[in-house]
Design a protein around this ligand. Structure first.
Ligand code: TYD
Ligand code: MG
Length: 450
């Protein structure tokens, strides 16, 4: 038994209200509230299906079994492979390559398991053309072109695959609801029905969702709590590199990344990411840092360009690090190195536009800025690791030992790091010169006066 209720939902942030407003009270966006019908399940039905609470010791825990996605980079982001019965949300901007990666993965998985690919956006012929371009072999990959949720559910039940893909959640709809395809309530309703299906039948489900940078199509954002794993597929469309980044993972660590390159014949894994984010030249304004993304440290270049400004307010722009971080680093340089930067424009870009969230890149940013300003190349064959404190000290970095190991593996000769808790010289047996420094002034003296 079910009855229909009317509700008002912001299409931008998903907030529900009982009446219409021109402006969302939660995210302040204008004209984003739409009236939608919501179906309400009866209370008696829920009580009839309810279960009883049980003590922990009666629950048997079994080890999670997984199967491979066919890509090592994808498996790592998933926490070691795909878990049967799990629901994964793969988000990203339109055109970034979501359909491509899942089709390649589906092809590889289907060599061992039964796979169903539901295409709600493209026709069978379009998918076939992409398939031929990708040069894939398959044994048991089935494809189904449909947008009606109930027909999709019936087909998934009939085929009973080990792995099913929905491409995409915005393109399917539940006819029982009056709201339009892609609206927040459709996306939510369709996802929860699909999630129940996956859990009941132990089918691993991958749902694709489009997310734009400004969050305009934020439907999938509202699903993040519903699914087990949320992965973002990101990259600059101009460059060919793409990153898979885990945002939420009930079966593994978050903030893992996987790196791919988009080529003529689809996506290829990048096994040695350092090769694409660094450029071993020793020129002014460029340093290398070792950043930690997920469990993996790797080297990324930081480039700075510092020029006399022609504007009343100097320009400060960044690619790959946050603009607030740059403002903070400039303030630390002014105060603790004693160099006035108010008359200079400052541009920062990371190698390949790679987004760095690790604060230990601060030291590299500061040295790049001063190297560009003074037009002096930094100490050759070096890497800079350390977070800058507001009082000019170089603070400890997480996973420092692994970062130094990565630098040594890459053949870097000097690492400039914060004061260490342990003596690592024996461990590295002088394969790399470890220079410990306590503040920015010392680092500048060491790196830029040779
Ligand atoms: P697609 O997977 O359709 O993106 P999404 O599903 O995220 O919207 O990828 C589209 C882009 O990828 C398109 O601009 C063309 C490019 N591409 C390649 O460069 N090589 C390939 O082999 C394929 C299949 C696509
Ligand atoms: Mg697509």
């Amino acid at each position: 038994m079910s009855s229909k209720l009317s509700t008002f939902i912001c299409q931008n942030c998903g907030t529900e209200t009982s009446q219409y407003f021109g402006k969302c009270l939660s995210c302040n966006s204008w004209n984003s509230i739409v009236e939608e019908m919501k179906s309400k399940r009866s209370k008696n039905q829920d009580i009839k299906n309810s279960q009883k609470a049980i003590p922990f010791n009666e629950i048997s825990s079994k080890k999670i079994s997984r199967f491979t996605s066919g890509f090592n980079e994808f498996d790592r982001v998933l926490g070691g492979g795909i878990v049967p019965g799990s629901v994964v949300l793969l988000g990203g901007e339109p055109g970034i390559g979501k359909s491509t990666i899942v089709l390649q993965s589906a092809g590889k998985i289907s060599l061992n398991e039964k796979v169903l690919y539901v295409t709600a956006e493209e026709s069978l012929e379009q998918v076939k053309i992409r398939w031929e371009r990708l040069d894939q072999k398959s044994i048991d990959l089935k494809i189904f072109a449909e947008t009606n949720l109930y027909l999709i559910i019936e087909e998934i039940k009939r085929v009973n695959p080990c792995f099913a893909i929905i491409d995409s959640i915005q393109a399917i709809h539940n006819h029982e609801m009056e709201s339009s395809q892609g609206s927040v309530s459709q996306v939510r309703e369709c996802s929860s029905e699909l999630q129940n299906l996956a859990k009941q039948n132990n089918i691993a489900l991958l749902i694709i969702g489009h997310v734009t940078k400004d969050g305009a199509l934020a439907g999938p954002k509202t699903l993040e709590h519903l699914v087990d794993v949320v992965i973002n597929f990101e990259g600059d469309k101009i460059s060919s590199h793409r990153l898979l980044r885990s945002i939420k993972n009930r079966f593994g660590s978050t903030f893992e990344i996987g790196i791919f390159e988009m080529l003529e014949k689809g996506l290829k894994e990048v096994k040695n990411p350092t090769s694409i984010f660094t450029n071993k030249e020793n020129i002014s304004g460029v340093t290398t840092t070792i950043t930690n993304e997920g469990t993996r440290p790797f080297a990324v270049d930081i480039q700075a360009l510092v020029n006399k400004t022609f504007y009343s307010n100097p320009r400060r722009t960044t690619t790959g690090i946050s603009i607030n971080r740059l403002h903070q680093i400039l303030a630390v340089i002014e105060k603790h190195v004693g160099i006035k930067l108010a008359e200079f424009d400052c541009y920062i870009a990371t190698g390949g536009g790679f987004e760095i969230n690790d604060p230990s890149s601060d030291l590299g940013v500061a040295i790049s800025i001063l190297s560009s300003l003074k037009n002096i190349p930094p100490l050759a064959n070096s890497s800079f690791i350390g977070e800058l404190g507001l009082s000019g000290q170089v603070r400890k970095s997480n996973n420092l030992r692994a970062k130094i190991e990565e630098a040594a593996r890459l053949g870097i000769k000097n690492v400039i790091v914060p004061i260490l808790d342990e003596d690592l010289n024996d461990h590295f047996q002088n394969s790399i010169n470890i220079k410990e420094i306590s503040n920015i002034k010392e680092a500048v003296k060491y790196a830029l006066s040779q």
